[in-house]
Design a protein around this ligand. Sequence first.
Ligand SMILES: Nc1ncnc2c1ncn2[C@@H]1O[C@H](COP(=O)(O)OP(=O)(O)OP(=O)(O)O)[C@@H](O)[C@H]1O
Ligand SMILES: [Mg+2]
Length: 117
Amino acid sequence: MLNLIVNAAQAIGERVRNEELGNIWIKTSRLPAHVEIRVEDDGPGVPETIREQIFDPFFTTKEVGKGTGQGLSIAYRVVCQQHGGTLTMEPRAGGGACFVIRLPAPATEPAAATQAA
Ligand SMILES: Nc1ncnc2c1ncn2[C@@H]1O[C@H](COP(=O)(O)OP(=O)(O)OP(=O)(O)O)[C@@H](O)[C@H]1O
Ligand SMILES: [Mg+2]
């Protein structure tokens, strides 16, 4: 989560605005067999030409000293390999990037009704 939020913060910092701050949204939802966390920003977005590479170890577009290209590859390994989930990037409608974490979470049975006294 921290890696995604730092990326979003750096992305909105890149976008030149007229005294207007960028936005980061964190949204959670319950799906039938997963929980979903979306980290969205209204920065410049991820150019289509590099979308295949952003999860690769050491892939970065940031200047030396600012990025080493490890944040998304670590996040991918934790979410996908260690927790059996998925981590994807969708362009955000209206501009920016939306990173989507899905973690398996089977629906639980409703709690048994407590017995009346
Ligand atoms: N929210 C975002 N908006 C636009 N581009 C992004 C965003 N998040 C990641 N990227 C792109 O993906 C690349 C890889 O991200 P990653 O987090 O792996 O490395 P980094 O941020 O460059 O360096 P590090 O995380 O090691 O400090 C970034 O350099 C950037 O080009
Ligand atoms: Mg990063």
